[in-house]
Design a protein around this ligand. Structure first.
Ligand code: CUA
Length: 349
């Protein structure tokens, strides 16, 4: 393993994914190298064994036995299945963020990465995370397609304007690692670099506290970017203000009553029945899509009257509204079909 790591110049393994991804990588490499050696050696042997010995010699017509046919089909097939099983197991693992993961919002733009934490602090080009705790990144772009890549964690995911993509990781070793943009996004694409700083659990808590108290640098960074509503308030609080300012509350309520649109209370995580009969789970992606392309998935029983907020809300404002809606969870999930009792919003945090 170490030999391959050095041979292939692989970066450090600093997340739970890293060793698994590398093992799969090595498995694919070794399997393909062995297979091509096998094919090559057999071909050479056949060149020699069946070479033309006389001028008018013809190759005899060979009918393979059923057993030969069977082996030629089944052996590669079993290999492919093994390959699939190994890959699929790891793929679902990498694609499914654990439920207890800590959320961080990531905004890509020409040419920087911006990180916002639901509980308050935000940073430019430096992502602080605790070690040994799953972290989910909810990512979007303000302009063009970027791609978020942390080689040491073996994660990479496209970051797309007008849409949220997510990825997750669990860092295993405190330290500082590189973040790259791996989608050509304009002139300074190669300079779109950032760092992820992995801290021990208690150091991370201290860092969050420091951020809350408000260090000057962070405030300046935040003020430098006009998309941030307020540098200090947390995202849910910003969202609470924004839903009033943007006019969401004309059609959506925060007391559990259905109005022109579905209520925000208990919306996050709910299964909604759509106009077409299918169901959808309300997550960050669906809420964002509903703001940007409201007509795409209309909840059954509600009119298609919502205007688009594309271009009217910045990504971080969208994130703030999403966080606010997430904060309005109820103990019981309200069923939109029946006009049930009004629930007191329970603030989770
Ligand atoms: Cu952003 Cu390349």
């Amino acid at each position: 393993m170490d030999f391959f790591k050095r041979l292939l110049f692989l970066p450090e393994q600093a997340s739970t994914f890293a060793s698994k991804v590398d093992e799969l990588h090595v498995f694919v490499l070794v399997a393909t190298i062995l297979a091509s050696i096998g094919v090559g050696v057999t071909a050479l042997y056949f060149f020699f064994r069946f070479r033309r010995r006389e001028r008018h010699q013809t190759t005899e017509y060979i009918v393979p036995t059923v057993m030969t046919e069977f082996l030629f089909v089944s052996v590669p097939f079993v290999l492919f299945l093994l390959w699939f099983a190994l890959g699929f197991r790891d793929y679902t693992w990498v694609q499914t963020p654990p439920r207890d993961a800590m959320d961080v919002y990531v905004l890509g733009k020409q040419w920087m990465w911006k990180f916002s934490y639901p509980e308050g602090p935000n940073g430019v080009n430096v992502l602080h995370v605790p070690a040994n705790r799953p972290v989910r990144l909810l990512m979007t772009s303000r302009d063009v397609i970027h791609s978020f890549f942390i080689p040491a964690f073996r994660i990479k995911r496209d970051v797309i304007p007008g849409r949220y993509t997510d990825t997750w990781f669990e860092a295993t070793k405190p330290g500082t690692y590189d973040i790259y943009c791996t989608e050509y996004c304009g002139l300074s694409h190669s300079k779109m670099l950032a760092k992820v700083v992995v801290l021990k659990a208690e150091e991370y808590e201290n860092w969050v506290k420091e951020q809350r108290m408000g260090d000057k640098q962070n405030r300046q960074d935040a003020l430098a970017d006009t998309t941030l509503v307020s540098p200090r308030a947390n995202l849910a609080q910003q969202g609470q203000r924004l839903v009033g300012e943007a006019g969401c509350l004309k059609c959506h309520t925060v007391d559990g009553e259905q109005h022109i649109g579905p209520t925000f209370v208990g919306l996050y995580g709910r299964e909604e029945r759509l106009e077409g009969g299918e169901t959808i789970t309300v997550d960050e992606g669906y809420i964002t899509q509903s703001m940007m392309v409201p007509g795409e998935h209309i909840v059954s029983g509600f009119p298609n009257v919502m205007p688009t907020y594309q271009g009217k809300l910045h990504s971080m404002e969208t994130a703030a509204i999403v966080e606010y809606i997430k904060s309005l969870r109820t103990r019981d999930v309200v069923n939109t079909a029946s006009k049930g009792p009004v629930y007191e919003p329970v603030r989770i945090q």
